[in-house]
Every structure is written in structure tokens, then in C-alpha cells.
Design a protein around this ligand. Structure first.
Ligand SMILES: C[S@@+](CC[C@H](N)C(=O)[O-])C[C@H]1O[C@@H](n2cnc3c(N)ncnc32)[C@H](O)[C@@H]1O
Length: 207
């Protein structure tokens, strides 16, 4: 089993528990969602990578955006569909990310691309840029740190593989993948938890 398939399997086994425990949105994520929606305006189309239990998509839609929910974990896609939403099983590294409706206005990937191997993140970010319109927005969050490794915590009982990033290298990878105006913000973890890096960027024109 690869790191990716073992991580997907870990989520799959405990998808319902993850969705239930993660249903309450942290204030920092709420602020980001609200700022993102304000910048985009009502009706904008968002591709979400790693929708999980659907918490962020729910608020994005309440704020007037249109969201394509996707996840690489079948259990999450099943839960989203059971909640009455369209959702697609999709690996951003290998699957077609395009839409018959044309380019997206933005991409939202909260705490999902932290499971992409370091060497694959440039490819994933470039594939996301390809399906986003010029001037469209990117929001990504990953865990801050060095190296990569397995961790077992929270409502997922099996180990998951994480790739940790530092701000400088992460900004370079995003900028090299067709995104401009790259900002990486440090978000301290609460109660001794790991800290996060939040990426904001704009799709380059003509990239
Ligand atoms: C920590 S959860 C975050 C879920 C949701 N975005 C949230 O903030 O609650 C990680 C998400 O990334 C997805 N994921 C796992 N491996 C992935 C990969 N290689 N590429 C993209 N997403 C992945 C999982 O299925 C899960 O939805």
C-alpha cells in the first residue's frame, strides 16, 4: 500500500467520525472563508479539494458561492451524497479537474494538500492553475514543519501520512506553478497543537 492509499484508507474507515467531530468550524477558518467569499462575490464557482464532511462548502454556499465538492476518499463522497449534495471522487494529482461549465473562479483546499507528497505538490498546484480563470483565487492550508511522516490523532484511528512545509519553500512552489501574488500566513496552533501555513494566491494571466 502506498502512503497515499494508506492515508485514504484511514479516512475512509473513520469518515463518519471525522465529519461529526469536525462539523464545528474553527474561528480562523471561518474568517478565511468569509474573506474568500467577499473577494469572489456571489455566484462565483469554487473547486473544493478534500471537502471531507462538507463543513466549508456549506458556509461557502451560505455566503453565495457555488461549490464543486470533491474528495479522494470514497467515504467522504458517500457522506456528502447522502446529505443531498453532488460530490465527485477525485484525486487532484491524476484525475481530470475540469468542468463543462468552464474555468473555476477559485480553488479552496483546506487541510487536504498536506497529504500530497512534496515532489507531487508542484504538479497538483499547476493542474489547479490550469482549470482556474486568470485572476482566480487559490486558498490552501498545510501544516508547518519539516520533513514528512505518519501521525495518528483525532477521530481517525489509523495513521495518516503528512508532508510538512516551511513558508519560503511553499511560496516558491506555489509561484512556480502558475500562481502570482503569493502570500503565506503563519497560523499558530491552539493549546500546543501544530501550527499551520495558509496560502493565498492569484491565478496568473496567460500562464
Ligand atoms: C484533514 S482532512 C480535511 C477535510 C476538510 N477540508 C476539512 O477542513 O475539514 C484531509 C482531507 O484531504 C483528503 N485527502 C487525503 N489524501 C489526499 C490527497 N493525496 N490529495 C488530496 N486530498 C487528500 C481527505 O480525504 C480529507 O478530505
Amino acid at each position: 500500500m502506498t502512503e497515499t492509499s494508506a492515508t485514504v484508507r484511514a479516512y475512509d474507515v473513520d469518515a463518519a467520525a471525522y465529519a461529526a467531530n469536525g462539523a464545528v468550524m474553527p474561528d480562523s477558518v471561518r474568517r478565511d472563508v468569509e474573506a474568500f467569499a467577499r473577494l469572489l462575490g456571489p455566484g462565483a464557482r469554487v473547486l473544493e479539494i478534500g471537502s471531507g464532511g462538507g463543513r466549508d462548502a456549506r458556509l461557502l454556499e451560505e455566503l453565495g458561492l457555488r461549490v464543486r465538492r470533491t474528495d479522494v476518499t470514497p467515504g467522504f463522497v458517500d457522506l456528502l451524497r447522502a446529505d443531498g449534495h453532488d460530490a465527485d471522487l477525485l484525486d487532484p494529482l491524476t484525475d481530470d479537474l475540469g468542468s463543462p461549465e468552464g474555468a473555476y473562479d477559485a480553488v479552496w483546499a483546506n487541510a487536504s494538500l498536506l497529504h500530497v507528497a512534496r515532489e507531487d505538490l508542484p504538479t497538483v498546484l499547476a493542474r489547479l492553475a490550469e482549470v482556474c480563470r486568470a485572476g482566480g483565487l487559490l486558498r490552501v492550508s498545510v501544516k508547518e514543519g519539516d520533513g514528512d511522516g505518519w501521525s495518528t490523532h483525532g477521530s481517525i484511528s489509523r495513521p495518516r501520512h503528512f508532508t510538512y512545509w516551511r513558508a519560503g519553500p511553499l511560496a516558491d512552489v506555489v509561484a512556480g506553478a502558475g500562481w502570482s501574488d503569493v502570500e503565506v500566513t503563519h497560523q499558530p496552533g491552539t493549546k500546543g497543537a501544530e501550527s499551520w501555513l495558509e496560502v493565498a494566491a492569484v491565478r496568473e494571466a496567460g500562464a
